[in-house]
Structure formats: C-alpha cells, structure tokens
Design a protein around this ligand. Structure first.
Ligand SMILES: Cc1cc2nc3c(=O)[nH]c(=O)nc-3n(C[C@H](O)[C@H](O)[C@H](O)COP(=O)(O)OP(=O)(O)OC[C@H]3O[C@@H](n4cnc5c(N)ncnc54)[C@H](O)[C@@H]3O)c2cc1C
Length: 378
C-alpha cells in the first residue's frame, strides 16, 4: 500500500488526507495543535466561495468543481457547511475585472447575471451604489462555515482511516519522512501543507519568498430583517473590500483585503486593531451607510501567506517531498477540488502545473482584490 505523511491539518491538509485515504493510500496526518485551532488560516469563521477570478479560467473551474465537493461533504456530514447566498461584485467600470470575469464564467457555463446597481439597493436597504456601472451576480457563490468545515473534514479523514499524530514536524534530511517531536516517521511521500509556517520550515528562494501578513476581519450587527434569509456575499474589487450578510447570527462581515503588517503566526496578538475598524467603517459609509453606527459583534485576526503573484505552491522540493502552500488568501474555497488535483499528481496521473512551481514570481494583482500592481482589467 502506498503511504504518505501530510503535515498540517488546516483545510488543505485535512482535505488531502481525506482524499488520499479514500483512494487507497495509508495516510498519517501530523498536526501540532487541534484541527480548527485559532492560529490556522482555516479557523476563520467564514470564507467565501466564488468562481470569478478575472481572466483566469483555471481557478474559476476549480472553484466550480469545489462547490460540488462542499455540497457533497455537507451531505456526508449531515450539516450545512456551505450556504449558497449568491454574491454581488460591485463593478465601477464597464470594462474592468468584473466584465472580464463574466466573460470567463460565460465560456465555462457558470451561472452569472448582470444586474443594475438598483437591484443591489433592493437587497441592501440604503445601499450606496451611485458610482457603479453594474453588478455582477453569481447566484451559486456563497459562504463556507470555514472553521467548522475544517473540523468536519478532519473527523471524516479520521473515519476514513487517517492516523493523526499530534506533534510538531521538522524536515527529515535522510529521506522521505518527518521528525515529529523527535520521532522519525517515514513514508513513500511527504506533503507539507503548513500554511504560514511553511517559510519557517523550508529555505525558499528569495524570489519566491512567502510573506505572512496580519488580516483583521469584523462583523457588524444588522437589523433583524437583514438576517433571514441572509443577504448575499459581496466584493468590491476596486476598493479591496468584501464581506457577506449575517449568517448564523454572526453579523455582517465587512473586511478589507489589503495586506496588513508582517505577522508572527504563533506570537502575534489576535485582537483586531482600531485602524481596521476605522477602515471597515469608511467602507460602510460608502456602500452601506445605514450600518455606519452598527456595533462590532464579532471580530477575528488571521493571516495571509502570500506569494508575489498570488499563485499557489504545489511543487516537489526533493524526491518524494512536496510543498503545498502560498495560498495567498484565496485557498479555502478550492480545498475539495485541490485535494483531488494533488492526489492525482501523487498518483502520477496528472502533471504539475508549471505556474505553481518553485520559480521566480512577478508581482500581479489579478487573482486578489488587493496587491502591489494596478489591476489590468484581467
Ligand atoms: C482574513 C482571511 C480571509 C480569507 N478569505 C478567504 C475567502 O473568502 N475564500 C477563500 O477561498 N480563502 C480565503 N482565505 C484563505 C484561506 O483561509 C486559506 O487559503 C486556507 O485556510 C489555507 O489553509 P491551509 O490548510 O493551507 O493553512 P492553515 O489553515 O493555516 O493550516 C496549516 C496547518 O499546518 C500546521 N502546521 C504548520 N507547521 C507544522 C509543523 N511543523 N508540524 C505540525 N503542524 C504544522 C498548523 O498548525 C496549521 O494547523 C482567507 C484568509 C484570511 C486570513
């Protein structure tokens, strides 16, 4: 039987472990804390699933396939992990990122619609959309209960036969293995799915250097009429802001996608900064003015692990030793489909995509709503 050690029980590691265990691998999953622990990126209360990715159709297809995966996973678990609230993209320009995305969705037959900004006003009372050219509506986009989904995936992985080892792993220099709290574990393959810890474990080349940044999220209390059914998710590409309506009574999420300060994932404070609340309220003033004075009802600090171009790392660093990381703040939604993709690579039935390699990366913004370079409209 083929054997693999996966290090890291965030959503990437747990999803991969589950997939491999269900396709004939003997799997050991090494995690230093409990799945869903507060330091991991996958412990965010919610994450968005959307298919629009500008001109990129690879991620659009992957997100669409992942949606199926989430729905199936929810059925298996007997709980709703994904709520299809739909998502509005507030387009300030006719020929911007949103219209390029719409073209890709059209090519891929992924449902979408062009709405007048007034329609957003009907969904969000008091909506401020005078500056908008149109709204791109993705009816099948929505909100994942991320932390819960990570814990559920870990539970299903365990039930599928994955052996969990609670330890901090270090690279094993003498072969395909890890040193887990001093004990050597070996297997045919090792996959390091270590999120923000990856740069501390491997000496990545300077031009691939991962940047770990602090990201604050805030949820605001909304009128009861806004809570059922939940209002849609939304994203403002030009303003680097996104969020979603109140789900499970957690308030409306309104958050900036702009990169925060460099962050230490283990020792950094998990209390949001006053500046982040100011930024969120500036955005409320512009788009959702009726919520300007709303109280913060929930907040969280998390971290992005960014590559320069926001493309992930899926690469064999040494014989049988794989790195899976650099999610760049847009990896959660893809997890079930990404797990299939990586399992196929480990099974030797799929080639690695060159874009995910350990090569020099050039700064680009197309995959995120924030970043170093100006949006090119695709
Ligand atoms: C504020 C914010 C908003 C986001 N919004 C979205 C969104 O809307 N949609 C979306 O798709 N994505 C979003 N993301 C990105 C998403 O959260 C991440 O892509 C995803 O959670 C990454 O999962 P991961 O498994 O790679 O990493 P993590 O969840 O961080 O897991 C890594 C795990 O590895 C473990 N580990 C590390 N080193 C070791 C070691 N040496 N030994 C043992 N264990 C180890 C850690 O303890 C941790 O549990 C967002 C991220 C943030 C911060």
């Amino acid at each position: 039987m083929k054997s693999v050690i996966v290090v890291g029980a965030g959503i990437w590691g747990t999803s991969l472990a589950l997939r491999l265990a269900e396709t004939g691998w003997r799997v050991t999953l090494v995690e230093q804390y409990a799945p869903g622990h507060v330091h991991q990126a996958s412990a965010g209360e919610t994450r968005l699933l959307r298919c629009s990715h500008g001109s990129d159709d690879w991620y659009a297809r992957m997100a669409w396939r992942a949606r199926e995966g989430w729905l199936r996973l929810g059925e298996r678990a007997g709980e709703e992990l994904y709520t299809e609230t739909g998502m509005m993209w507030f387009a300030q320009r006719e020929d911007g990122w949103e219209s390029v995305s719409a073209q890709v969705l059209k090519n891929l037959d992924i449902p979408h619609e062009r709405l007048d900004p007034e329609e957003a006003g009907r969904r969000f009372p008091g909506f401020g959309g005078d500056d908008l050219a149109f709204v791109l509506w993705e009816p099948n986009a929505g909100v994942l209960r991320a932390r819960r989904a990570t814990q559920v995936t870990a539970r299903l992985a365990r039930a599928a036969g994955v052996t969990f080892v609670r330890a901090r792993a270090e690279p094993y220099e003498k072969g395909t293995g890890v040193v887990a709290d001093g004990e050597v574990l070996t297997a045919d393959r090792v996959v390091w799915a270590c999120g923000a810890w990856l740069p501390g474990l491997f000496d990545l080349k300077l031009d691939l250097k991962l940047e770990v940044t602090r990201q604050d999220t805030l949820h605001f209390g909304v009128p009861r009429e806004w809570t059922s059914p939940p209002l849609p998710a939304f994203c403002d590409y030009e303003l680097s802001a996104y969020g979603h309506g109140d789900l499970d009574g957690m308030g409306m999420k309104v958050t900036s996608d702009a990169e925060g300060e460099p962050y230490d994932v283990e020792t950094g404070s998990r209390q949001v900064l006053p500046r982040s609340e100011e930024l969120a309220r500036d955005y409320l003033r512009r788009r959702f003015p009726s919520l300007l004075g709303a109280p913060v009802v929930f907040s969280q600090v998390c971290q992005y692990t960014l590559t320069k171009d926001a493309e992930w790392i899926i690469a064999e660093a040494a014989d049988g030793v794989w790195l899976l990381g650099g999610d760049s703040g847009h990896g959660f939604k893809h997890a079930p489909a990404l797990a299939e993709h990586v399992a196929d690579i480990l099974d030797g039935v799929r080639e690695v995509e060159p874009r995910f390699g350990l090569h020099e990366r050039t700064a680009a913004r197309g995959l995120r709503t924030s970043g170093e370079t100006a949006p090119s409209g695709g």
